[in-house]
Design a protein around this ligand. Sequence first.
Ligand code: SF4
Length: 92
Amino acid sequence: MQMVQISRCNMKTCAYNMDGLCHTLAITVGPHAECNTYVHASNKGGFGHVTAGIGACLAADCKFNDRLECQASRIDVVGHGKHADCETFQER
Ligand code: SF4
């Protein structure tokens, strides 16, 4: 089983964001499809050569969610004010 990858993330204030991509190993998505790994920091984190995946997703109402794991082909993350959301979320 392969980890679902994040195609893009526009949350530029996140420590893990560089060039519109997320560079931590894996994010956790919360019950409202919010990115729980987002951290506002001026110091950058993550690894430049890494493209982030989805470690776990608690958004059980999403049609791509199976056993609290994401089964989408890829996802996009977008900023909404002071937090970021999984834009690929679709209600069952
Ligand atoms: S597509 Fe659905 S299951 Fe996958 S990370 Fe987004 S909210 Fe979770």
